[in-house]
Design a protein around this ligand. Structure first.
Ligand code: PRP
Length: 214
């Protein structure tokens, strides 16, 4: 990246559909149909501003190392992977959901050492440690809701949006660990070197978020 170029890393998929209108309101739009193309790097209508498309879990990595100046990343991934190397100046208030614990509807009141299945192992570890509860962590990469009914775990820590997935698998939500939404993150060095350019984008995005809320 050069001092006159601004590289923005966006999360592919569902979140992108909510992200692009906010960037459009902020005056930044890709020069081609980003959702139809197989490309991963897009020029925009603003000279020097480029958009990168990637998995959400990779956005913090690109921003941390400065390969992207700005990123849009889920708070779940920021909490799980830490925020070394970047600031988190803006909540876009999109892709909102909750990080929760959940248990089978008929779970026993207490077990000695709770077995918790999750892909968010750091979040789960911190949550139960703060409550002084001993757990055994079982790392899974998806379909967490299966784990309790197959006897693999007593509880799960996962993202809950509508609650339909929990319900369909005989689980109930218990504790809310964190409110999740997409956040704008900014590489710390970029914030110094490209300060005016980045503050301008942040101010416009903030206005876009406010006008959606109004
Ligand atoms: C998330 C999460 C749950 C589901 C919750 O999965 O892991 O499975 O959404 O949504 P609900 O409360 O509206 O039912 P997602 O579809 O994002 O896919 P993932 O398994 O790849 O995380």
């Amino acid at each position: 990246m050069t001092a006159t170029e601004l590289v923005i890393a966006l999360t592919k998929g569902r979140i992108l559909r909510e992200t692009l209108p906010l960037f459009e309101s902020a005056g930044i739009r890709p020069l081609e149909d980003i959702e139809k193309s197989r490309k991963l790097l897009f020029d925009t209508n603003v000279d020097g501003v480029k958009l990168l498309l990637m998995r959400g879990s990779d956005v913090p990595t690109y921003v941390r190392f400065g390969s992207a100046d700005i990123g849009v990343a889920g708070k779940d991934l920021i909490l799980e992977n830490g925020s070394d190397g970047f600031y988190e100046p803006l909540d876009l208030k999109i892709a909102t959901c909750k990080m929760m614990t959940a248990e089978p509807v008929d779970a026993p009141v207490a077990v000695d050492r709770l077995r918790v299945a999750t892909k968010f192992t750091n979040i789960a570890k911190r949550f139960y440690a703060e409550r002084g509860q001993q757990i055994e962590l079982i790392k899974l990469n998806g379909a967490l809701e299966l784990a309790p009914s197959l006897g693999l775990a007593d509880a799960i820590v996962d993202i809950v949006d509508t609650g339909k997935t929990l319900k369909a698998n005989g689980l109930v939500a218990k504790d809310t660990i964190a409110d999740i939404s997409s956040r704008v993150i900014v590489n710390k060095a970029s914030m110094k070197i490209k300060n005016a350019m980045i503050l301008d984008v942040l101010a416009k995005l903030r206005d876009a978020v406010t006008s959606v809320e109004a």
